[in-house]
Design a protein around this ligand. Structure first.
Ligand code: ADP
Length: 474
């Protein structure tokens, strides 16, 4: 056994998910346990999870946990060694983890301070004979955990905080300091104070032994105002203790061999059959590269650039299928694009997991023109399916795709097309490059083979987290 790790988070696949955070928290324990780490995950017992409490063992009780009784229940659930924080006054409600029918829960500061408080207590005192060597906090919901631990005396326990999305910072008014059990003397710019109030994410960033985010490029970007969204100075001040570790994808679910029209590496006839089926499904015929977009339709994702670049791409022989939903104006723009290019461009507004699998199976390229992208998943699905990614050079996109250039083509390592900056000019040029590459079947086949050989599973990420834990414990 290499060490004990308590992961503290508000989401975890397959139990509760609103975003990529849940995938990471759910995937890491299995991958790290296989490498010899003893992993536990602490989650709030939301209403939907309370049914799981039967059969779990009560291992800890606090009579007054921010206004009611809190108890920690331990057990093995869905393959995870889980600690559920059961505090009905905070979590037993109809609605999502962060919001109900009327918007954000009014007591989110207390709800997630409670989770963090209990995590710090477990780290100091242990539960049922188990005490972690590492406390790993995820995002603002767990941000106070390293802070409580630091202020109470962490002993030998080391702390890590991972930033999955810097946009959510866990703001609370300064008047809540005492109620949130935070020491008054820590209210200063180098400590808890954040633009006159409090931010649980900042609290974690200034007190954790190490900071990680979900890609090396995003780690560097976060130190700049355009990306750090107010926290750039806090992160830059700790630059020597910041690292980026890419997420993985679930290669059991994202497996071209397992698709209805399936194919493996080297079986490009299978992929061609998937392309034929896809074109038939959408009633399109595309002589050049068939591109897809599978995305939330928002400005972050650069979707607004498509109307400027797709007409030239279509004129050069390309085609496009868009699957997504989001901003109504962008949904309208996508429908207009399809209407202007019948037989070449198709759009499906909505969320459709099964269709997304058919799209990655049958398409030649996936477009990801994001303005920022902490890690990004669809470019990794593209690699795995030989559906070459065309990506903006930002965040995890820059870290996962090797752009075609004379040097990378000569070395035989290119896996896609990378452009910079995120604007219509650079994006349009990238699509022109894609058309040229597609016209050279040997080169294209080489790039597909490179892409499909690129490791995107969790093993690599887990090894990086394991190495970080080991360094902290050394
Ligand atoms: P983000 O979390 O910022 O939306 P990611 O690329 O990290 O972006 O993850 C998005 C996930 O959601 C991917 O798994 C993608 O395939 C999926 N997805 C997004 N939109 C749709 C959709 N309309 N239908 C099916 N899957 C979608």
């Amino acid at each position: 056994m290499k060490g004990r790790v308590l992961s503290v988070a508000s989401e975890c696949v397959p139990l509760v998910k609103t975003g990529g955070l849940a995938d990471v928290v759910g995937a890491l324990p299995g991958a790290l346990a296989a490498a010899g780490w003893d992993m536990r995950v602490l989650l709030p017992a939301y209403r939907a999870l309370r049914a799981r409490l039967d059969g779990m063992a009560e291992v800890w009780v606090e009579p007054n946990l921010f206004g009611g009784t809190g108890r920690v229940m331990a057990g093995r659930v869905d393959g995870l060694d889980l600690l559920l924080l059961d505090a009905p006054h905070l979590y037993d409600r109809e609605g999502g983890p962060y919001s109900g029918p009327g918007g954000d829960w009014w007591d989110n500061p207390q709800r997630f301070a409670a989770l963090s408080w209990v995590a710090a207590r477990i780290a100091r005192e242990g539960v049922a004979g188990w005490r972690p060597d590492i406390l790993h906090a995820h995002d603002w919901q767990a941000g106070f955990a390293p802070a409580y631990l630091a202020y109470q005396g962490a002993g030998a326990v080391k702390t890590v905080i991972t930033v999955h999305n810097i946009a959510f910072q866990g703001w609370a008014p300064a008047s809540m300091m005492a109620e949130l059990r935070l020491p008054a003397e820590q209210f200063h710019p180098g400590g808890l104070e954040y633009y006159g109030g409090l931010s649980s994410l900042k609290a974690g960033l200034v007190t954790a032994d190490w900071i990680t985010t979900v890609s090396p490029t995003y780690a560097a970007e976060l130190m700049r105002p355009e990306f750090g969204l107010g926290l750039q100075g806090v992160i830059a001040a700790r630059a020597a203790r910041v690292s980026g570790i890419l997420n993985g994808v679930d290669t059991a679910i994202w497996s071209p061999e397992a698709e209805p029209v399936g194919f493996g590496p080297g079986d490009m006839a299978g992929k061609a059959a998937a392309r034929v089926a896809l074109c038939a499904e959408f009633g399109i015929e595309v002589p050049g590269p068939l591109a897809i977009v599978v995305s939330r339709l928002t400005d972050q994702k650069g979707i607004d650039l498509l109307p400027a670049v797709i007409p030239d791409f279509v004129a050069a022989g390309g085609g496009l299928i868009v699957l997504g939903s989001g901003d109504p104006a962008l949904e309208g723009a996508m429908r207009a694009l399809a209407a202007a290019h019948p037989g070449r461009v198709a759009v499906r507004i909505g969320y459709d997991e099964a269709l997304s699998h058919r799209l990655f199976s049958g398409a030649d390229a996936v477009l990801v023109p994001s303005r920022f992208e902490p890690c990004g998943l669809t470019q990794m699905y593209g690699l795995r399916y030989g559906t070459l990614p065309v990506v903006a050079s930002t965040g995890g996109l820059a870290d996962t795709v090797i752009g075609a250039s004379p040097a990378t083509l000569a070395a035989g390592v290119a896996t896609g097309v990378v452009f910079h900056p995120t604007d219509a000019l650079a994006f349009g040029q990238a699509l022109a490059r894609l058309v040229d590459l597609y016209a050279d079947p040997a080169l294209w086949a080489q790039m597909q083979a490179n892409a499909m050989g690129h490791p995107v599973g969790w093993e690599t990420s887990a090894a990086r987290y394991g190495a970080l834990y080991q360094r902290l414990l050394a």
